[in-house]
Design a protein around this ligand. Structure first.
Ligand SMILES: [Zn+2]
Length: 86
């Protein structure tokens, strides 16, 4: 009986953690030039302005071997937005 309750508690904690991650992603900003996702006002890669108005999340793990990375001209691994607007 006790076990079931603990399981629910665990689920709840997991959910809260997911929400935290979601919020973190939500406050991310995307660079207007290279689309790199950052929490900074300026892009750490190219120094351009960043915007909160972005859509789509792209994670580049291996920029040298990724076709998508070439397409969006990403040469640093990390998270990128698909579209960025002011
Ligand atoms: Zn940039």
């Amino acid at each position: 009986m006790d076990r079931g309750r603990k399981g629910k508690e665990k689920e709840k904690r997991k959910w809260i953690k997911n929400k935290e991650i979601f919020n973190k992603v939500n406050i991310m900003r995307a660079c207007l030039r290279c689309k790199y996702l950052t929490s900074e006002e300026k892009c750490p890669l190219c120094g351009s302005e960043t915007s909160e108005n972005w859509r789509g999340l792209l994670i580049i793990l291996d920029p040298t071997n990724s076709e998508i990375a070439k397409k969006i001209r990403a040469d640093v691994k990390g998270k990128y937005a698909l579209t960025v607007k002011w």
